[in-house]
Design a protein around this ligand. Sequence first.
Ligand code: HEM
Length: 504
Amino acid sequence: MITMDLVLMEKALLGLFAAVTVAIVVAKLAGKRFRLPPGPSAMPVVGNWLQVGDDLNHRNLMAMARRFGDVFLLRMGVRNLVVVSTPELAREVLHTQGVEFGSRTRNVVLDIFTGQGQDMVFTVYGDHWRKMRRIMTVPFFTSKVVQQNRKGWEEEAARVVEDLKANAKAATEGVVVRRRLQLMMYNDMFRIMFDRRFESEEDPLFNKLKAANAERSRLSQSFEYNYGDFIPVLRPFLRNYLNKCHDLKDRRLKLFEDHFVQDRKKVMAQTGEVNCAMDHILEAERKGEINHDNVLYIVENINVAAIETTLWSIEWGIAELVNHPEIQSKLRRELDAVLGPDAAVTEPDLERLPYLQSVVKETLRLRMAIPLLVPHMNLSDAKLAGYDIPAESKILVNAWFLANDPKRWKRPEEFRPERFLEEEKKVEASGNDFRFIPFGVGRRSCPGIILALPIIGITLGRLVQNFDLLPPPGQAEIDTTEKPGQFSNQILKHATVVCRPRKL
Ligand code: HEM
C-alpha cells in the first residue's frame, strides 16, 4: 500500500514538473496572442486555485464579479473558467452567440456519470445533442404531455395532503415534508416516463433508486474532487473517488435497465402500443436513431434534471412560506377567493392565480435551484465583450446574481412575490428578461420548464389550501442556510414543518 502510494507520489511529482514547464511556456505564448478577461493573476500549474479555493458558488462568484468585473477569468489548473455577471453578457452567451457558447463542459466526475456525454444534458453542441433533444421533446416537453399528465400530478399532490392529514405528528411536532414530496416527485416523473408509481416511502425499489440518485448528486455536486479535475497530475489521488463514481454509475444504470426499461420493453412487445415516454424513446432506439446506452442516459438525465431541481424548488418555496406567514395567508386568500373553499387547485386554474404564480417566481428568483445554470462551453476560441475566450473554457452565467443584484432589483434580498405583480409584472420565468433566467434561455435552456412550473404551482397551492404551514414548536423560523454545489443550490437542512389542517 505504502509502496503504491510512493509510486503514485513519484509519478505525480514528475508530472507536476513537466506540467510546470509546459504551463509556463503556454502562458507566455498565450499571453502574447490573447486579450484575456480580467481576473486574479495566476500561478503556474495551479493557476488561481489556491487563491480562490474550491467553493465556486454563486455568492462567492458574485463577490469576485464585484472585484474583477462583469466578465472575469479564473484559471483553475488546466481549466479556464469564465464567469459572466450581467444580463447583457448573458444575452450574448445564451442568445446572440448561442451556437458558439452552446456546448457543455464536463469534469472528471460528470464524464463518468454521462458516459463521456452520451446523454443530452452534458453533451457538446452538435448532432448528438440535436438528435437527443428532438427525440426527448415529444415524450417529455410539450403541452400535450402536460395535458396528459396533469391529472396524475394533481392526484399525487392530493395523496401528499391525505398522508399529511393522516399523520398526527404532522399537525403537532411537524414532519420533514420533503420526504413525502420526494415520493411525489418520483411518482410525477416515473408516471410520465414508465407509467409506474411507488406506493409508499417504504417501497424498497423507490428507496434503492433514491439512494442511488442521492449518491450521484452528492458525488457530482461536491467540490472535493476539484483538485484532481483542475490539476491532472493530481488525478491519481482521486482514484478512489472516481472508482466510487464508476461503480455507482454501473449500478445505477443497471437499476434503470433491470427494473424499468426491460419492463417497458415487455409491455410494448405484448401490446404494440406507445403509451409513455419510454415507449417513444425505445421506438427511437428500434429505428436506429439512438443506441441503448443513450436510452439509459436519458433515464439518468431525467432522474437528476427533473426530479431533484423541482423538489429543491418546492422545498425552498415551503421554507419561504413558513418564514413569511403574511405571504402564506395572502396566497391562501387568493386560492379561497378564486377557487372557493372546496375546490382543490388544478393545472388549468394556475393562470387565474397570479399571486401563486408570483410566489413560484419569487422562489425561483431568490432560491434559484441551478444558480449558475448548467455550465456552458465554447468548443473553439471565441470573443466576448472584446476579450478572447480560449477554446473549451467553462462559461458560468451567474443567473442568481443577475436576479439578485441590488443595482437591478428593488430590495432583492427580500422574499417579496408582490414584485412580480408590481414593478416586475412583465417578467416571466421563461426568460423574457435576462435578469431573470432560472431555466436559462436559448438552445440549451431547460425544456422541462413546461412541467416544472405547473408541478410547483399545484403542490404549493394544495399545501397552502389544506394546511397552515408553520415552524416546529419552539422555533421561530425555518433555517434557510444554503448548500451550494458545483452549480446547484439546495437548502442545507431539510426542514421539519408543522402542517396544521385548516378548519374551514
Ligand atoms: C424547478 C425546476 C427546474 C429548474 C430550476 C431547471 C433549471 C435548468 C437549467 C438552469 C438548465 C440549464 C440551462 C442552461 O444551461 O442554459 C436546465 C437544463 C435542462 N433541464 Fe431543467 N430545470 C428544472 C426542471 C426540469 C425538468 C422537470 C426537466 C425534465 C422533465 C428538466 C430537464 C432539463 C434538461 C434535459 C436540460 C438540458 C437541456 C440541454 O442541455 O439542452 N428540467 N434546467
